[in-house]
Write a protein that binds this ligand. Sequence first.
Ligand SMILES: NC(=O)c1ccc[n+]([C@@H]2O[C@H](COP(=O)([O-])OP(=O)(O)OC[C@H]3O[C@@H](n4cnc5c(N)ncnc54)[C@H](O)[C@@H]3O)[C@@H](O)[C@H]2O)c1
Length: 327
Amino acid sequence: MRILVTGGAGFIGSQYVRTLLTGGYPGYAGSRVTVLDKLTYSGNRANLDPVAADPALTFVEGDICDAALVDELMPGHDAVVHFAAETHVDRSIRGASEFVTTNVLGTQTLLDAALRAGVGRFLHVSTDEVYGSIAEGSWTEDWPLAPNSPYAAAKAGSDLLALAYHRTHKLDVVVTRCSNNYGPYQFPEKVIPLFVTNLLDGGTVPLYGDGGNIRDWLHVADHCVGIQLALEKGRSGEVYHIGGGAELTNRELTEELLRATGRDWSAVRMVEDRKGHDRRYSLSIDKISDELGYAPAVGFAEGIAATVAWYRDNRSWWEPLKAKAAL
Ligand SMILES: NC(=O)c1ccc[n+]([C@@H]2O[C@H](COP(=O)([O-])OP(=O)(O)OC[C@H]3O[C@@H](n4cnc5c(N)ncnc54)[C@H](O)[C@@H]3O)[C@@H](O)[C@H]2O)c1
């Protein structure tokens, strides 16, 4: 198989590529991978260091909005796994333009090129944030989209475009919508690596609002297992949820991180709530579990302990990133 992975130098994309190239998805052993990544502030070649010498990996620095480049790269690939996006909600509140450009126009550029080149499957990686917020119960895949942040709205646009290319052009599209991820190599502006690295440094952490917002935390390895199942066995034109980690309030999450780093509540600053902050996300994962046999394997306590250990042991990875981004 030849797989084009967009955003493969980011947090989740690099986990996927490292796992694929080290034999973690047996059905795709021996695959060749092209990574297309613009190396924005959150993209990092170092995330692919463990597989950088593998001749099966080709790295292309470029923009998914560059139609000529995308048209040149696409032919010969059997599948596209599309991770590339602007991803940080707070940045989208400060300025939404790059979110619309990359997430919507970039996805449309890829879909058009995939159609022209006749690639096989196009796996679009989406998010639970497209649904907005849910007070109780869990979303199923047919729930109406009601995104609140510019990030979520731009992701919803790209998600719907991908599905439209299936219905209109019969492109073999599968969409996955996942809950919040954590794990190694996550850019330290996101809450878990930000809190962990601040706490390891003896600093403080900012907790939004009353700390009662609820997220389902899934280890990045489990997200990528779900993506691979959807890529290999998902039905064309379908949406699959990936989640089933641990639902926690931000206050409970903070408590876990304080415990894991040996700190206490004196390290926590309560700060003004994020604008339009979704209260609760919750995905039903019945469909992917029943149809594709998905089940998360990494327990939250075990996953958080391993993640904290990784940030403790890999200061040379995150210290320059935090310094550059002034986090
Ligand atoms: N992090 C999560 O919790 C989560 C949850 C659900 C879904 N997702 C989705 O998963 C995908 C990956 O998220 P992540 O957390 O790894 O993000 P990330 O910010 O760590 O990585 C994004 C990658 O995309 C690249 N990129 C950005 N704009 C580009 C462009 N115009 N052309 C080419 N490359 C570009 C960046 O350089 C970076 O390598 C995104 O589509 C995101 O919406 C993330």
